[in-house]
Ligand binder design. Sequence first.
Ligand code: VGL
Length: 209
Amino acid sequence: MINKPATGITMVFGVDPQNCFGHPNGGLYVKGGEKVVEPGNKLIAYGLENDYLIGFSCDWHPNNSDHFKPIGPWPRHGVAGTWDAEFLSGLNVPATSYIFRKGTKKHEHGYDPFEGKTDDGIGIENVLVHFGVEKIFAWGIAIDYCVKAFVLHALKLGYKVYLVIDASRSVNANLGDEQKAIEEMEATGVKLITTEEVLNGKFQTTLAD
Ligand code: VGL
């Protein structure tokens, strides 16, 4: 088969790379969460060089969210406008990024980034359709919750989705949660890749892949 460059647009999408999940003082610290910044920045820089779209989701909960104990399962985290909800320090968030805030209402858990909205009220699906996105490099926190929700939703909508595994971390509340999440995503069609593989252009879209 001839490898012709495809015309589809690619998006680099960072799921919830926030203090709450990635800083040791965060409200729901995920082990190793701070380590996503370096590969995340490499993916973003590569994306900018190649005219990819750059997107992020973030938890943006009200202080009295049902997502939090004792109503919900989680300690308080990602409260709108607080340090906890800010992006991780050192993360390059380009001015041209699309940022989708989720879990913004009391009754919303906001696991799925597709529920999120930009400050102008635009959802991810609108952006993907508008720009003709075909392929998404997903990375972030947490593999076993919001990353999984994002990946499964994007696959269901027909996008080609790659999970950049070294730029992602899991809560792992129960032993094996990460593995289970990965298996579910792989069974649905995600491909696991590394930051280096992205940067080496191994997954440049061709009609053959
Ligand atoms: C998340 C647990 C609770 C996530 C959010 O971003 O994956 N996980 N809230």
